[in-house]
Design a protein around this ligand. Structure first.
Ligand SMILES: [Zn+2]
Length: 110
């Protein structure tokens, strides 16, 4: 442990983790339409992250909090966490064609 950092065990997420990663999504200021900057973010749960933005237009100065939420998995993990119950995307099944009138008659001819 160096610099007073709290150690976090593998798989555990620090509640106070701050991240100004450029990999987080950019947002346009909803008021003036200028670019914004991420001031900080915090991983709250394995599937939820708070992100704090600041508008870069010095005249506007709006700041806001947004959230990043995992909606569903697309491909299963090769190392899944047993305590994580995530919905998986399901390919929509094609709609069945409507039965023809002559098909309906066969069901009632018994
Ligand atoms: Zn703005």
């Amino acid at each position: 442990m160096a610099g007073g950092d709290k150690s976090v065990s593998e798989g555990e997420i620090s509640q106070s983790e701050l991240n100004t990663s450029p990999n987080l999504p950019n947002m346009i200021c909803p008021h003036c339409g200028h670019k914004s900057r991420i001031r900080s973010s915090a991983q709250i749960t394995p599937t939820y992250r708070d992100i704090y933005y600041l508008c870069q237009n010095i005249v506007c100065g709006f700041s806001w909090k947004a959230s990043l939420t995992l909606v569903h998995g697309i491909s299963p993990s090769a190392c899944p966490r047993p305590d994580l119950d995530l919905p998986m995307y399901e390919v929509p099944k094609p709609a069945l064609p409507a039965p023809k009138p002559e098909d309906r008659q066969h069901h009632f001819e018994i």
